[in-house]
Write a protein that binds this ligand. Structure first.
Ligand SMILES: [Fe+2]
Ligand SMILES: [Fe+2]
Length: 362
């Protein structure tokens, strides 16, 4: 269809009314100092190389609230996107950049990095115990992904390192969820009983970032990590051992962030000590009082471990001793991590359900 002359004239007129070209943005007056040239280091162009000078300074306070990246020129007309935490100590940890870089360099694939062919048929009790453990771990990983996801908008754009780290955690947890589901389905056992979920719910219900991090990163993921580190004794074949090894490697980062965040809070805002104890009281109480350790509710975590570690139901007593040794190890490692974070006084305050399992101080 041909355009009529009037329409053509109108279009031409509109074109001539376009605002004159403005290239003033090529000469920014504010923002970062320019002209810094950065070279890749031994591990490539990591944050250690790039976040130098003014751009690398993480401000102690921020009122950004927009999606303006740290160091970019602010625009007064930019809409607020969220109402994030305004203090560095609310969300930060000194190792965040390092953990992010490590996370992106150590991604693995459940499809190709696990020697699935090493899984052979197992006796029914062993297969079902492994599948019960994997069902539980799949649920744990749902919470471990959903929880950081809901905290993303609360992290200020100035603290992008924390956002990036949490995004890698979400990817890690997706992979854990998928690998435990695959294991449950790979060898005939299938998914078993779900948990009542009450212990895990406490984590996702946290109302403060540090509360969430203490409960999820330090308490829950610490316990998961201590168990993964016993994977050589729990796994029945190379595939399962490697699953625990690779997941454990990822969990070390999540846990490492949590411990260093607690340390950062205690060093920078020491008046929050009692508050942190309160969060740990809640986490420990949930574990002690929650139905997830009550076998009558059909969960059977310790029992699964006992069957796997002992070598079947017929060696249950031996397996239970080994599973309880894992429990003790988990609690002592938890205490050790709290000492690293600066919360050594937790030893006297630990829940009576857990405290008897602490090794005496030398
Ligand atoms: Fe995980
Ligand atoms: Fe994790």
């Amino acid at each position: 269809m041909a355009i009529d002359v009037d329409t053509l004239e109108k279009l031409r007129a509109e074109i001539t009314e376009v605002a004159p070209l403005d290239l003033s943005w090529l000469n920014p007056e504010e923002g970062l100092p320019r002209g810094i040239r950065v070279k890749p280091g031994k591990r490539g162009l990591t944050f250690d190389e790039i976040e130098i000078g003014a751009q690398g300074e993480v401000p102690p306070q921020s009122r950004n609230m927009t999606i303006r990246p740290r160091g970019a020129t602010a625009r007064p007309d930019a809409p607020r996107i969220s109402n994030p935490y305004g203090g560095r100590a609310d969300v930060y940890a000194e190792n965040t950049r390092l953990l992010y870089e490590e996370a992106i360099q150590r991604q693995w694939s459940s499809a190709t990095d696990i020697p699935w062919e090493s899984i052979q048929a197992l006796p029914d009790d062993m297969e079902r115990a492994m599948c019960q453990l994997c069902t539980l771990l799949t649920e744990v990983e749902f919470i471990a992904g959903d929880t950081p996801g809901q905290w993303m908008p609360h992290i200020d754009s100035e603290y992008h390192e924390v956002k990036l780290f949490l995004l890698t955690q979400i990817m890690d947890e997706a992979r854990h969820l998928d690998v435990f589901r695959k294991r449950a389905l790979a060898n005939g056992g299938g998914l078993m009983s779900s948990t009542p979920g009450d212990v895990l719910r406490v984590i996702i219900e946290a109302k403060d970032f540090t509360e969430m991090s203490a409960m999820m990163h330090v308490f829950a993921e610490g316990f998961v990590q201590s168990m993964f580190r016993m994977g050589e004794y729990i796994g029945q074949n190379e595939a399962e051992k490697r699953i625990f090894r690779l997941c454990g490697q990822d969990e070390s980062r999540h846990l490492g962030f949590g411990v260093m965040h607690l340390k950062y809070v205690l060093e920078n805002e020491p008046w929050r000590r009692e508050e942190l104890h309160h969060y740990l009281d809640k986490a420990e109480e949930a574990l002690a009082g929650g139905s997830s350790i009550d076998t009558e509710s059909g969960f059977a975590f310790i029992e699964s471990l006992a069957i796997l570690m002992g070598g079947g139901v017929k060696h249950f007593d031996k397996g239970l001793d080994m599973a309880m040794a894992v429990q003790r190890k988990r609690i002592n490692e938890y205490m050790h991590r709290l000492e690293v974070a600066g919360l050594g006084d937790r030893r006297e305050r630990m829940h009576p359900f857990m405290r008897p399992m602490l090794d005496p101080v030398n």
